[in-house]
Design a protein around this ligand. Sequence first.
Ligand SMILES: Nc1nc2c(c(=O)[nH]1)N[C@H]1C(S)=C(S)[C@@H](COP(=O)(O)OP(=O)(O)OC[C@H]3O[C@@H](n4cnc5c(N)ncnc54)[C@H](O)[C@@H]3O)O[C@H]1N2
Ligand code: MOO
Length: 390
Amino acid sequence: MISVTEALERLFALVDPLDSETVPLRQARNRVMSRPVAAFRDQPPFAASAMDGYAIADDAAPGASFRVIGESAAGARFQGRVGLGEAVRIFTGAPLPTGADRVVIQENAVRDGQTVTFTERAEPGRNIRPSGGDFHKDDTHFPRRALNPADIALLAAMGAGAVPVTRKPQVALIATGDELVAPGEAAGPDQIFASNTYGLAAMFEASGCIANMVPIARDDAASMNGAFDLARGADLVVTVGGASVGDHDLVAGIAAQRGMVPAFHKVAMRPGKPLMAGRIDGAPMIGLPGNPVSAMICGILFVLPVLRVLQGLPAGPAPRFNARLATEIDANGDREHYMRATNGADGIQPFDRQDSSLLRILSDADALLVRPPHDPPRGIGETVECIAIA
Ligand SMILES: Nc1nc2c(c(=O)[nH]1)N[C@H]1C(S)=C(S)[C@@H](COP(=O)(O)OP(=O)(O)OC[C@H]3O[C@@H](n4cnc5c(N)ncnc54)[C@H](O)[C@@H]3O)O[C@H]1N2
Ligand code: MOO
């Protein structure tokens, strides 16, 4: 059995970034930029007032009176020049008039007709946003993450009406098993509701992909081949279940008959041991184990990093953080163990029950405590590595 790190490396070797497309800015949230975008102009494009008040050209000595010669509003600048002893009424965001070098806020001004006096001095530059103070023309933006609302605001400020992004990965999801019935449908006595593909589709869509759940494949060759046929054209094929060694675990065999080039089968981890991967029908394929928690954890640890690479982001494992143990834990066995846990004020607390069928415990968890193979017993307060999963 290979390690989790080795499995991830082999997966990354199966995938290349997808091609690029241009989308309107309004559709760019959560997308990944495929190349930098340059600012169309400086921001602000002119020196601007940061406050509502008066723009002046010299010291606002308390008691000295200034003659108000005009107004500069956002979108409509004062056209003249401000000289000594003169003031221009100005508003936040308005262009600073020629000649002015400071703005006194109106709370420090006393207006009387066309005359204004000030109650506090203002040094040069006060309350002025310099031209290009946010960014300059031709400065670029190219974050290596899915675009967040702040990125969208910045791109808008730069003048980008459209954004070059990597095409959304299309993921085909194949659930396998005679026992499965879709939630909402009538279930027979020996059936269970399919959950894995629903959770995984939500996970993949949250990370910027299009998930296509093909009809559930039954545990026979014809049905599975039909599902693989429907998955053709996807950028990634993900199967769930049928990955283990039982008589009804057919995925590896059918995939092999279809000419899958295998990358690995079985990883030294818990849960998730029967994980498999390769290339099939021209696309990378990941075969997830059927136990619901195994499928979801393998989705986090393996599929999400692959989806990042497809979107043009750097290859790397799920990020980890350090936490202190809130409880004692026993020695680990020879497989890397990903334990459902909660991370609270007292530290990280794994759940007592870790069976890979228990979805409620996955839902209650906000972290995975990562136990390396052969990790010795650990005590309260020791530092351990974790992965956030909320
Ligand atoms: N003799 C052995 N038995 C098992 C081994 C082993 O090494 N030797 N590995 C165990 C481990 S670990 C796992 S994980 C499971 C994985 O098996 P499969 O990938 O073949 O999954 P299935 O047998 O099809 O299903 C397992 C379990 O999960 C339920 N399931 C499957 N698909 C879904 C779905 N889409 N939604 C909800 N639940 C699903 C299925 O009903 C089973 O209960 O094998 C162990 N066995
Ligand atoms: O992958 Mo199995 O998960 O250890 O239940």
